[in-house]
Design a protein around this ligand. Structure first.
Ligand SMILES: [Zn+2]
Ligand SMILES: [Zn+2]
Length: 83
């Protein structure tokens, strides 16, 4: 069986709302370089949907969400699921 990120594979719809202005945020795709100069998980939330927790040992796929209105951005980690 294959495992993968539900968002990268189009299995999950993400409708995050900007905490600053309430606009619907856009998924900017995977963050390749989240091992950057800052602690990678400091500003990251895990997207905790129970059905996505079966592969809890897998490292999350990190997506960058940005608000088109005010420019707020945040990183969200998604657990891999069995395809
Ligand atoms: Zn992904
Ligand atoms: Zn905003």
């Amino acid at each position: 069986m294959e495992c993968g990120c539900p968002v990268c594979n189009g299995l999950a719809v993400t409708d995050r709302v900007c905490p600053e202005c309430g606009e619907t945020m856009e998924d900017g795709g995977m963050v390749e370089d989240y091992y950057g100069p800052y602690s990678p998980y400091d500003d990251m939330d895990l997207y905790e949907q129970p059905e996505f927790w079966e592969m809890a040992d897998e490292a999350p796929c990190v997506h960058l969400f940005t608000c088109p209105k005010c420019g707020y951005d945040e990183r969200v980690g998604f657990r891999s699921v069995v395809m």
